[in-house]
Design a protein around this ligand. Structure first.
Ligand code: GTP
Ligand code: GTP
Length: 441
């Protein structure tokens, strides 16, 4: 299920980080070790009532001169317009309304995107409400008073946010056609792949310029079946600041991945796999999407009979956290193995939605336990009672045990391998939830 994207935009010091943390709570997800962006979170999972969404922080602004702030705010707002379903425009009741607020409000209004005007630091409604009315002047709707630090008004604000989320029917309509995101570093050949696919196949609609997002959706027919490719190519280079560029590229990757069923992580064969590739692939992994690693520009690599083998090993080594990922060696230029790419997409789609009967799962579990005794600690041995699959995309299993503490990661991995031996599940991660069940059995 693709989660709606909510972006936070606002001047320095209005409380963006505070709001972000308040909404994300403990589920915060940081892009670790990304040079230049380690200091800030960029995105996080958040929930409100029955809704889940992805929260993005469009960026910190270095308060320099007023002009610079305005320019950076515009950049932020543009990122939000490009990628988000709902934009929270946060202002500060204590700083009051400033000129930059009005300019950014104009920009947001023109975009036609749902925008919520939030006025922060309203720690006391009695005291500050009169000042809140001033924000009506921005012309982007009713100001919603909150206090991010005291978590006041958050429920009312979130009620407004979720009103803009797609309904289940809209969601289903959008979800009928498989969505494939093409992600990767700049220049690895993302657009070339999409162009080649378009060139080779009958196109129904091309370049349906993202009505909602700047990633371009392209519908492609293959073997009588329709696919939507979400292309993240063509990163705007006018965002000169390196850190901003990086933040923007991560936000775009996250938002494209979020909408996708299967993610194709494109790697440049000439350059070889890098840490940056691993980070991009990590986003797809973390979101539980189907993953295909496409090593592109294979035509430009000098090969002998061991080249593929060596490459595969190298990719596996760098992407050790996702051994399930499919690897394909392709060339957007010559079209080499592009048919195979579709076959692989179909296979991964199938695996993402595969459901295994409980009876069969428990047979596998019983056999696995017989072959390798579960771990024990301080005289207490792990007992596994029962396993059942609770959802798909990614396939998710609940295992009931006597004591969660005893369930080591390595034993879960062992069970995962047994399940994979039986059903493959190639191209998709599997998720395991360990639950304690009291009582003897
Ligand atoms: N009184 C009050 N102070 C708040 C509230 N929310 C945030 N603050 C304070 O405002 C200051 C700025 O908050 P941040 O969350 O860092 O603001 P920011 O918008 O992320 O700032 P930049 O990183 O500079 O863009 C901090 O000192 C917060 O403690 C609030 O609801 N009430
Ligand atoms: N030899 C060879 N060159 C390729 C192949 N695919 C792409 N290229 C070249 O690689 C360069 C980058 O290709 P793009 O498709 O623009 O890459 P991109 O990933 O969309 O790049 P951004 O827009 O920067 O994100 C171009 O010069 C392409 O001609 C390939 O399969 N083989």
């Amino acid at each position: 299920m693709s989660k709606p994207i909510v972006a936070i935009v606002g001047r320095p010091n209005v409380g963006k980080s505070t709001l972000f943390n308040a909404l994300a709570g403990e589920t915060i997800s940081i892009v670790k070790d990304t040079p230049g962006v380690t200091r800030d979170r960029i995105y996080a999972d958040a929930t409100w009532l029955n809704y889940s969404f992805t929260l993005i922080d469009t960026g910190g602004i270095e308060p320099e001169s007023k002009d610079v702030i305005l320019a950076q705010m515009r950049d932020q707002a543009q990122i939000a317009i490009d990628t988000a379903d709902v934009i929270i425009f946060i202002t500060d009741v204590r700083q009051g309304l400033v000129d930059a607020d009005s300019k950014v409000a104009d920009m947001l209004r023109r975009s036609g995107k749902p925008v919520l005007l939030v006025v922060n630091k309203v720690d006391s409604f009695a005291k500050f409400m009169p000042d809140v009315y001033e924000f009506y002047n921005l012309g982007i709707g009713d100001p919603i008073p909150i206090s991010a630090s005291s978590k006041l008004g958050m429920g009312d604000m979130l009620d407004e946010v979720v009103k803009y989320f797609p309904t289940e029917e809209e969601e289903e309509e959008e979800n009928e056609i498989p969505h494939i995101a093409i992600v990767g570093k700049p220049n690895v050949g993302k657009s070339s792949i999409v162009n080649k696919l378009l060139g080779q196949n009958r196109v129904i609609v091309s370049n349906v310029a993202g009505t909602t997002r700047d990633a371009i959706d392209t519908n492609v027919m293959w073997n009588g079946k329709e696919y939507v490719f979400i292309d993240t190519a063509g990163l705007r280079r006018k965002n000169k600041i390196k850190e901003e560029l990086e933040r923007y590229s991560i936000i775009r990757t996250v938002t494209a991945v979020e909408r996708a069923d299967v993610v194709i992580v494109v790697i440049d064969a000439v350059e070889g796999i890098t840490e940056q590739d691993a980070k991009i692939a990590g986003i797809a992994h973390e979101r539980g999407k189907g993953v295909i690693i496409a090593v592109n520009k294979w035509d430009a690599v000098e090969k002998d009979d061991k080249t593929i083998y060596k490459y595969t090993n190298k990719v596996r080594e760098v992407l050790a956290y996702m051994p399930y990922a499919e690897i394909l060696f392709i060339s957007a230029q010559t079209g080499q193995r592009l048919p195979k790419l579709f076959e692989t997409i179909d296979m991964v789609l199938e695996n993402q939605t595969l459901r295994i009967q409980t009876g069969v799962l428990n047979e596998i579990m019983t056999e696995a336990i017989a072959m390798q005794q579960p771990p024990s600690d301080k005289g207490k041995r792990l007992k596994l009672y029962y396993m059942t699959q609770v959802s798909i995309k990614p396939p998710t299993f609940v295992i009931f045990v006597n004591d969660k503490e005893l369930m080591h990661f390595s034993y879960t991995r062992y069970l995962e391998n047994k399940i994979r031996e039986a059903f493959g599940f190639r191209g998709t991660s599997l998720k395991f939830i360990i639950r304690e069940r009291n009582g003897e059995k």
